[in-house]
Design a protein around this ligand. Structure first.
Ligand SMILES: NC(=O)c1ccc[n+]([C@@H]2O[C@H](COP(=O)([O-])OP(=O)(O)OC[C@H]3O[C@@H](n4cnc5c(N)ncnc54)[C@H](OP(=O)(O)O)[C@@H]3O)[C@@H](O)[C@H]2O)c1
Length: 163
């Protein structure tokens, strides 16, 4: 499985349940990668989707809330159950899409991390692990993304697992 995330310079990913950087081009990039596959997310991230479950993808949600229902999604109460549920999928088709708690728990199971790096620091309350400081990860490729509508330069960086 792979992780896909958008981070600021200090690896911030969210504030008060919301994304930090608004970027329709990055949304399209996210959609292109995940379409047709399986996405795994936490309850908080699932509830942040404006239109509910992500269309065209199998939505897997982790929640500890008893009886929690997420329309259009499968809900699991443990990492083990969620991992078992996606076990038969092709590795490349399973995407860890956040938030912070899910990235932290599933990163050890990921082979790649597709990171949109925004060249800005913004107030945040949730963070992705800093892959540049982790010897487990190396940069495999990078591509210039452009500049967001609010003037933030960004690039697409693919990290691959070393170990
Ligand atoms: N920049 C990006 O690319 C990106 C992507 C996704 C999300 N985000 C941001 O990240 C923030 C949300 O992150 P978050 O860490 O607060 O929330 P989250 O990871 O989306 O969801 C947390 C929820 O998942 C449950 N959970 C976690 N691990 C579980 C497990 N092993 N088994 C069952 N349930 C489990 C938690 O239950 P308990 O609390 O009961 O443990 C909690 O209800 C938002 O601001 C969002 O916008 C950013």
């Amino acid at each position: 499985m792979n992780a896909i995330v958008s981070v600021t310079k200090d690896w911030g990913i969210g504030l008060k349940g919301k994304l930090l950087v608004r970027n329709p081009d990055d949304m399209r990039f996210f959609k292109e990668h995940t379409m047709g596959g399986t996405v795994i997310c936490g309850q908080t991230t699932f509830e942040s989707f404006p239109g509910g479950a992500l269309a065209g993808r199998r939505n897997v949600v982790l929640s500890l809330e008893p009886g929690y229902e997420a329309p259009g999604a499968e809900v699991y109460a443990s990492l083990e159950e969620a991992l078992a549920a996606v076990h038969d999928n092709k590795t490349d088709d399973v995407w860890v899409i956040g938030g912070a708690s899910i990235y932290r728990q599933l990163l050890p199971h990921c082979e790649k991390a597709i990171v949109t790096k925004n060249d800005v620091v913004l107030p945040a309350d949730t963070y992705f692990p800093n892959l540049d400081e982790d010897p487990v990860w190396r940069v495999e490729s990078r591509a210039d993304g452009g500049v967001t509508g609010s003037g933030i330069p960004y690039e697409f960086v693919t990290y691959a697992r070393n170990l």
